[in-house]
Design a binder for this molecule. Structure first.
Ligand code: PLP
Length: 425
């Protein structure tokens, strides 16, 4: 295969390449593809791993004798909190086991902050003239739409391999009291696959902020979702923040959505005990207790924290080959062409593909027209605005591996065609 970078091709060779890719694209149209790489959902095969949950719990009481069928225990079942405290490297009393969605917990926290303020706020955020959040990009689209729905302004900083650009963050938060918080997906970030280093975490925990009630929304959705045996350990943000004199700064979130059942698992919040009391105080006005039957079901299913780790290894066996396939096809088709870069994540659910600036929307449009659904260009940026129009999020977990191959082959053709079109003017 000719892998000359597009920029080095003569006008004639570029015209030939454009013709070749147009022909390849016409051929794609005849394939009748119907493939979807849009959302990071587990595949049916992954969900099957947790089917025993459907026959649990066998007991009505937990190890402490709590009858899970009754009201109460707003903080969640102790056995489950202990299990996930170990997995998230926090103390059990810092953990709340809640409903089935961590995103809902994040939204509730933002509502409470807006309506009532934090334990360290001077007034409710809703009474501030302006509230702004630092958003590392590319990032998780639902984080951004949630802020947008509340009128919280978003300020972007670049996401690097070791986490958000910490110099940019510290500079932003130092002088501007309207900057009240930031998002971070610390482990195998959506979609960059980045892992926040110990050093970056320590600096974020310790940095001076103009807002006294600055919050880090530490969304550890992929804490346990390793794609290799080299398992990243998330930085211990609660201890770091506490040691730096900012114990109430981080609020951690996690869930079993991509461990057991997506939308029918258990979500967790972890924070300082004051923050936990704050959260439960507000939650208690609208809930008498969580679904402890589901909590017990999860306790019985896993047995202990090691049971969760073993379960995640089975997920890895199913999805790692799909990620390998994305890399193989992209390398084979686009390697050396100078038309795209992508990451090879060691965990999480996404591959981050950067195409020739100004062509991401065109690639997504071309792919759609041949039956390959990709996440809309710009989705990983606040207000859906990718200033460079370069970023595409690929989510390969859900389709079977042969569909991943077919989809990536089609995507590669679309990337090359869009790049050749642009280069040819
Ligand atoms: N946080 C991140 C970073 C995610 O990628 C997702 C789902 O894709 C969620 C949260 C949603 O989690 P939950 O199902 O617990 O609401």
């Amino acid at each position: 295969m000719n892998a000359t970078p597009l920029a080095d091709l003569s006008a004639d060779d570029l015209a030939t390449l454009l013709d070749e890719q147009r022909a390849a694209y016409e051929e794609l149209k005849t394939r009748g593809l119907k493939l979807d790489l849009t959302r990071g959902k587990p595949s049916a095969q992954q969900l099957d791993l947790a089917d025993d949950l459907l026959r649990l719990p066998t007991s009505t009481r937990d190890s402490k004798g709590v009858d899970v069928r009754n009201y109460g225990g707003l903080e969640g079942l102790a056995d489950l909190r202990e299990m996930f405290a170990e997995l998230l490297w926090v103390d059990p009393e810092q953990v709340v086991a809640g409903g089935s969605s961590s995103l809902t917990m994040m939204r509730d926290c933002l509502f409470y902050l807006t309506l009532f303020g934090a334990v360290d706020s001077e007034r409710p955020w809703g009474q501030e003239e302006k509230v702004r959040f630092v958003c590392p990009v590319p990032g998780y689209d639902r984080h951004f739409t949630l802020l947008e729905s509340l009128g919280i302004e978003m300020v972007t900083v670049p996401m690097h391999e070791d986490g958000p650009d910490v110099d940019a963050v510290t500079a932003l938060v130092a002088d501007d009291p309207s900057i009240k918080g930031m998002w971070i997906v610390p482990t195998y970030a959506n979609p960059s696959g980045s892992i926040v280093s110990q050093d970056v975490a320590a600096r974020l925990a310790a940095m001076p902020t103009a807002a006294p009630d600055f919050k880090i929304f530490w969304d550890n959705a992929y804490a346990l979702h390793h794609l290799t045996e080299d398992e990243a350990k998330s930085a211990d943000i609660l201890t770091l923040a506490s040691a730096a004199g900012h114990p109430h700064r981080p609020i951690m979130f996690a869930s079993t959505s991509k461990i057991t059942f997506a939308g029918a698992g258990v979500a967790f919040l972890a924070a300082s005990t004051d923050n936990v009391a704050w959260y439960l105080g507000h939650l208690g006005n609208g809930s008498i207790g969580p679904d402890k039957v589901n909590h017990l079901r999860h306790v019985e299913f896993f047995g202990d924290a090691q049971g969760v780790r073993d379960h995640m290894a089975r997920h890895r066996e199913i999805i790692a080959p799909k990620f390998a396939e994305v890399d193989r096809v992209l390398t084979e088709r686009l390697g050396g062409r100078g038309v795209a870069t992508w990451n090879t994540p060691t965990g999480g659910y996404f591959v981050n593909l950067d195409v020739v600036p100004g062509t991401a929307s065109r690639v997504v449009e071309l792919a759609k027209a041949v039956g390959v659904a990709l996440t809309p260009a710009g989705s990983s940026f606040p207000y859906r605005q990718d200033p460079e129009d370069t970023n595409i999020r690929l989510a390969p977990t859900m389709p079977p591996v042969e569909e991943v191959t077919a989809a990536m082959d089609a995507v590669a053709t679309c990337v090359l065609l869009a790049a050749a079109e642009k280069a040819a003017g």
